[in-house]
Design a binder for this molecule. Structure first.
Ligand SMILES: NC(=O)c1ccc[n+]([C@@H]2O[C@H](COP(=O)([O-])OP(=O)(O)OC[C@H]3O[C@@H](n4cnc5c(N)ncnc54)[C@H](O)[C@@H]3O)[C@@H](O)[C@H]2O)c1
Length: 260
């Protein structure tokens, strides 16, 4: 490792899942990381792994839908380390049904965790980033940020909404030295498309435990394999460094060509 994030301080939501790879890679590159997740146990496992490897980790149980929760997370991070300079908005939800089947409750859950959560996160960290003299906001997109298709309408709106949120933050905060980038994966092998949890339920039809579904996703990826959380984390890493100093408001796709 080359200490490319030495002195940086990150809050990473969804840190107990795909964001855990970002947390580990950022910490190995010298960043101090608040691993935030509504699943406090999962956040602690990732944070403990960072600490055991000699890095700086802080687990934090955070429901991204709560402005008070965000204020407490920023406060705890500043107390443990210093002003926040990187925010990774990963937390997301999906209910994989079409327009006719999607309920208002599902709509609200998807929008509130994915979009409102990211909005609140940006509002909570920007004052800290200003005190630090700048920062980087990294938002999690999706293929649905490019071509939403006919699946879950709330997921389409949430992930398209992330494009707008990323650009709005880029324009609003450029004067403060704060950049904002959206990173859009294709199919990443995580519980989001494999397991069956309350924020992202899967059936045999939608889970990649089903070999047919796995192959369908693999065959739609020109580079021939699903992505790993590390594939995605490396792009977050690049976007967080000064190598990306003039990149803002942009989307980086990490999808093996799936969106082409
Ligand atoms: N896995 C994929 O194929 C894929 C592809 C493209 C984009 N994404 C996006 O990546 C992001 C992360 O996905 P993942 O694969 O890690 O999903 P996951 O379902 O495996 O994990 C989601 C994480 O978010 C946490 N979370 C859920 N609700 C929360 C809340 N209210 N507050 C805080 N944390 C909460 C969960 O506890 C979990 O740790 C999501 O935004 C998802 O839309 C995933």
């Amino acid at each position: 490792m080359t200490n490319r994030l030495e002195g940086k301080i990150a809050i990473i939501t969804g840190g107990g899942a795909m964001g855990g790879a970002q947390a580990s890679i950022f910490a190995a590159e010298g960043a101090a990381v608040c691993v935030a997740d509504v699943n406090g146990g999962a956040a602690k496992i990732v944070s403990d792994r960072i600490t055991a490897a000699g890095g700086k980790g802080l687990p934090f149980e955070l429901d991204v839908r709560s402005a008070e929760g965000w204020a407490a997370a920023v406060n705890a991070t500043e107390k443990a380390f210093d002003n926040v300079t990187i925010l990774c908005n990963n937390a997301g939800a999906n209910f994989r049904v079409g327009f006719d089947e999607q309920t208002e409750e599902q709509w609200h859950t998807i929008m509130e965790i994915g979009l409102t959560g990211a909005f609140l996160g940006i509002k909570a960290v920007v004052p800290s980033m200003r005190r630090a003299g700048g920062g980087v906001i990294l938002n999690m997109g999706s293929l649905a940020s490019i071509r939403p298709g006919g699946g879950s309408p709330a997921y389409a709106a949430q992930k398209m909404g992330m494009v707008g949120l990323t650009r709005a933050a880029a324009v609003s905060y450029a004067k403060d030295g704060i950049r904002s980038v959206i990173i859009s994966p294709g199919h990443v092998d995580t519980p989001f498309i494999r397991g069956n949890n309350p924020h992202s339920p899967n059936t045999w039809e939608t889970s990649i435990d089903n070999p047919e579904n796995y192959e369908r996703r693999r065959n739609s990826t020109p580079l021939g394999r699903l992505q790993t959380p590390e594939d995605i984390a490396h792009a977050f890493m690049f976007a967080a460094t000064d190598d990306a100093a003039m990149i803002t408001g942009s989307m980086i796709t990490v999808d093996g060509g799936s969106a082409l």
